[in-house]
Design a binder for this molecule. Sequence first.
Ligand SMILES: [Zn+2]
Length: 239
Amino acid sequence: MDIRMFSLQKLEKEHEELVNNKDLASFKKDLQKSKKEIQEIINSYNNMKEQQEIIVRDLKRIEDENNSFLSEIQTKEKNLYNNSDAGFKELESMKENIEELKEQYREKEEEQIELIAASEDLAEGIEKEKEVIKEKKQEFNEELKEFKKLEEINDKKIKEKEVEIQEMIQELPPEVYSKYQAVQKKYPLTGIAVLEEGNKCSYCRLNVSVVKLREVERKDITYCESCSRLLTGKKEDIK
Ligand SMILES: [Zn+2]
């Protein structure tokens, strides 16, 4: 048979490897992982911002409450002063009431202080996350650029390989090419073999018989006895 069939199969194999470029695929996987990680950081950043907004609202509410407490206390203290001629019991109860209000006021004030501290911690965390997101995004974009560059180079190689394949097909006599296609249908990208040193089949690595060797030398259509691949010539004859 025609040893150019083996060369064509080699080109098609190389084409296949470029199409399924393992390095590019694993690079792409890494990029997707990084993207997911960045999204998770963004989610946590957004969560902190939401918490921050809630705290701001709480602080506003507490501030309003405290203001009204204060004015209530002031009003009641004024009443106490103006009612100095009221009965002892009544005065005592008014005083008690004012003390209670003051106690509530202090509690609110403590809550306010805690919230302010929490808000400051959050603000710090938010700033940090913002920086991390910025850095990670920059890193990601650089890697993406590198990936696109490699992908472009690979695409170019694929196109070049396709041209080579087409040229080789044009070169082959039609009956050889249709035999090639039939064999490929049965054993995709492995159907064509050659004899290597020591008359070994290039596919299964087993020795072929002398009869087979003669058939190959006569360029007959002949198959390896062990793996049924089409033997198209001797490796040393590949141009
Ligand atoms: Zn074989």
